[in-house]
Design a protein around this ligand. Structure first.
Ligand code: GLU
Length: 483
């Protein structure tokens, strides 16, 4: 079969902060497209309406551009195979679900949430793996028609063969096989008419003429379902490439509890985009001859799947910082000045700080000292007293730490980073745990600014931004101030 023109994509779900994993996968797709004179697409997979965040798509676009991973087709720039936002493609998925129903490869399932819940409990009690028992697969034509006539809500499920195996060839792993009886009759279309990831992803990859699906390892177990869909539609499969998962230093899957995972954080922390792409390129791929420092362009000229190893690359912050230093030192005077002016002391940032700073300085030579925490990354919590040794006078270290833990979780979910929202969130949390304002806000203030005499706390948090606030609270939780 003739080789297809290379067309690859990054297909993020806009459910939160732009994640380093997204950049990692985008980087390999981008480099592969460039190497083969192909096209790199951005497709927004926003069909999980409950989890989609409106601000997230814009942030994903912004950070991918920051890294220089620009796409040829996407929701902002269009292309011949749009729309590139799945929520704008619903009729396409509906049509394809119906095609599968008509060919007998999918069926309507009318089971209620209650029945599915009972089933799960039964399966758990009997030590069986969870999964749909295919009850509706054997409904007679009359029963099905009757339910539809009554308007019983339904989902559409994939009719997975009950025996045999489904296999695919992964360009990095070779042959991967799954026994069909272990594959669930996956929901393809939900009762609200929205597709699930599986249907939308396959239909779009096909219609957008994707030649290689390059994505993270966590999707390996979904691939047999996708392979079945290609088979049932009678479509040629793309080539499959599952990149190794990024890991924390302790080899666990990368998570925000151990490392910041938001690209915005790294940008804020002063990592240069060239250092970040170089660092991500080293995750599993080797340039050859032990070369560690190379540009995106050089990677694009050399990328080859045969040079990727599967041994769980470690997202090592020490290494990232070292790499960044190499790039920082190579900046020309002009580049250095530009960076300090436009990133560290950007006009927009100074404007945001001004109303908070103005109250506290009489002369400009006090500005830097008073406001250093706006520009620093890590703070030093040595000797900072967040707790009270006397339980009658305040909270203990353990209590403060526990409160921070809860607050960080709450702030992780706070996507609208605005004054009123933040005030409400913290006030609600404080009231819930029943702490006096002083006991609650002083430790937060110290963790976030390192100072007792900071400008008003919530206003300061708004200016510092979500990433820095969350980072500092987490960082402080590791320090002796609360341990
Ligand atoms: N929407 C999926 C994600 O969030 C896409 C996975 C894929 O590339 O197939 O990563």
């Amino acid at each position: 079969m003739a080789e297809r023109p290379v067309r690859v994509r990054i297909a993020p779900s806009p459910t939160g902060d732009p994640h380093v994993g997204t950049a990692y996968v985008a980087l390999f797709n981008y480099a592969f497209a460039k190497r083969h004179n192909g096209k790199f697409l951005l497709r927004i997979e926003d069909t999980d309406q409950a989890r989609a965040k409106s601000s997230s798509e814009g942030q994903i676009q912004k950070t991918l551009h920051w890294l220089g991973l620009n796409w040829d087709e996407g929701p902002d720039c269009g292309g011949d195979h749009g729309p590139y936002r799945q929520s704008e493609r619903l009729p396409i998925y509906l049509k394809h679900a119906e095609m599968l129903i008509n060919s007998g490869h999918a069926y309507r399932c009318f089971c209620t949430q209650e029945r599915l819940g009972d089933l799960r409990i039964q399966q758990r009690q009997q030590g069986l793996p969870p999964g749909y028992d295919r009850f509706c697969r054997s409904l007679s034509e009359d029963e099905r028609k009757q339910k539809q006539k009554e308007g019983v809500p339904f989902v559409v499920r994939l009719a997975v063969p009950t025996d045999g195996v489904t296999s695919f060839h992964d360009e990095l792993r070779g042959k991967v096989e799954f026994e069909n009886h272990r594959i669930d009759d996956q929901v393809l279309l939900k009762s609200d008419g929205f597709p699930t990831y599986h249907l939308a992803n396959v239909v779009d990859d096909y219609l957008m003429k994707i030649s290689h699906v390059i994505r993270a390892e966590e999707w390996v177990s979904s691939t047999p379902k996708h392979v079945l869909l290609y088979k049932f539609f009678g479509w040629e499969e793309p080539k499959w490439v599952h990149l190794p998962l990024l890991r924390n230093a302790d080899r666990s899957k990368i998570s925000k509890r151990k490392n910041p995972v938001s690209l915005e954080y790294y940008r804020r922390a002063g990592i240069l985009p060239e250092a970040m792409t170089n660092f991500l390129a080293l995750m599993g791929w080797s340039f050859g001859n032990d070369v560690e420092i190379f540009s995106l362009k050089q990677m694009c000229e050399k990328i080859d799947f045969k040079d990727i190893s599967l041994g769980g690359p470690v997202f090592d912050l020490v290494k990232l910082t070292w790499l960044n230093q190499q790039y920082l030192q190579k900046l020309s005077e002009d580049e250095f000045v530009r960076h300090v002016r436009e990133e560290v002391f950007s006009e927009a940032y100074i404007r945001a700080i001004k109303p908070l700073a103005i109250e506290r300085i009489a002369k400009f030579d006090q500005f830097v000292d008073q406001n250093a925490f706006f520009f620093n990354g890590e703070l030093n919590y040595k000797g900072v007293e967040l707790s009270s040794p006397d339980p009658t006078k305040g909270k203990s270290k353990a209590e403060v730490k526990e409160m921070f833990k809860e607050l960080v979780e709450i702030l992780d979910e706070c996507y609208v980073w605005q004054l009123e929202d933040l005030k409400n969130i913290m006030e609600t949390h404080r009231a819930k745990i029943g702490w006096k304002p002083k006991d609650y806000f002083m430790p937060v203030r110290l963790a976030v600014t390192g100072r007792k005499d900071s400008p008003p706390l919530t206003e300061t948090m708004v200016v510092l931004g979500r990433e820095m606030v969350r980072f500092r609270l987490r960082d402080c939780m590791k320090s002796e101030a609360v341990n």
